[in-house]
Ligand binder design. Structure first.
Ligand SMILES: [Fe+2]
Length: 300
């Protein structure tokens, strides 16, 4: 199973798409009707979809898996009693599967048979620009992060990688986390993280963003759980987006750490300790996009 894409609905989707291409570094994949699909340099047909809508919300977060994985998942989702609906994707790559609304309203879409595209070359160093490769994680704020983690573990077969004072990190393959639930006291999208080729690409990305007058809201730094390098920014249309790289790969029997295993010395919240964090602006941005179910449930 892998995390593939996130589908957002928002006003002025064309401006948002243009910022993601011109500044953030994604490439235009396709526009279908009033939905803009943007891709990275990897083989996923798109990473982000922006659909025109008066209301801003997260339509779905899409995972792709094998037919066998989806059959097993379908039984568990049906048994859970959560709202769900069969789905035939009309997005680039196609595929079919289902949508499910987890507790706290988080909507995941699972597809099988979705087609990949050919990888494409990224920006050259000389251009000063950077090109995200794929999505690496999508994190949600939660009223009850443990309940959310239990939901994806029990029903979707995901595994908890680590728990900290602030988050529960969850994986669906060998990457340390593809999603996580923050102990925030409210439900919403926390941030969307894009995988960069290497550390140099993250650092050059920060430079390019600074050239365009966007300073990191947090970073650069290196997290404890997952060991990944990060730089967080607030996109002008709302959500928190991250350049990330080098997330740890873990084995099936990785022993999940507990909050007491992940503590920092005073005045330190990452491994490097070189950057300040703009808590206020991040918190405000994190509250903008919530998941919203527009569809009626229907048996799988
Ligand atoms: Fe992140």
């Amino acid at each position: 199973m892998k995390l593939r894409s996130i589908e957002l609905a928002l006003p002025d989707s064309a401006s948002a798409a243009s910022w993601m291409v011109e500044i953030w570094g994604l490439s235009h994949a396709q526009t279908i009707g009033k939905t803009h699909y943007l891709r990275g340099t990897g083989s996923d047909p798109y990473l982000v979809a922006f659909r025109e809508s008066e209301k801003e919300f997260v339509q779905s977060t899409t995972f792709v898996g094998s037919q066998e994985e989806l059959i097993e998942l379908k039984h568990k989702v049906t048994a859970s009693g959560w709202p769900c609906r069969p789905e035939v994707s009309s997005d680039p790559g196609g595929g079919s599967g289902f949508l499910v609304e987890l507790p706290e309203g988080v909507i995941f879409r699972f597809l099988t048979g979705a087609k990949d595209d050919l990888p494409m070359p990224g920006a050259t160093k000389a251009s000063k620009r950077v090109s995200p490769v794929r999505l690496t994680h999508v994190v949600f704020n939660a009223i009850d992060a443990e309940l959310m983690a239990d939901a994806v573990v029990e029903t979707m077969g995901f595994q908890v990688s680590d728990r900290t004072k602030g988050m529960v990190f969850v994986r669906c393959n060998e990457r340390h986390h593809s999603t996580a639930f923050a102990r925030s006291g409210f439900s919403s999208l926390n941030h969307i993280a894009f995988e960069m080729e290497d550390l140099d690409a993250v650092m050059r990305g920060i430079g390019w963003m600074r050239d365009n007058e966007f300073k990191p809201a947090w970073g650069p730094g290196r997290h404890g759980p997952g060991d990944n390098v990060y730089a967080y920014f607030i996109a002008p249309f709302g959500p928190v987006v991250e350049y990330s790289t080098a997330v740890e790969k873990v084995s099936h029997d990785y022993a999940a750490g507990e909050p007491e295993d992940w503590t920092w010395p005073d005045n330190r919240i990452d491994q490097w300790g070189i950057s300040d964090k703009d808590f206020g602006s991040l918190r405000e941005a994190e509250q903008r996009f919530c998941c919203f179910r527009e569809w009626e449930q229907s048996p799988l």
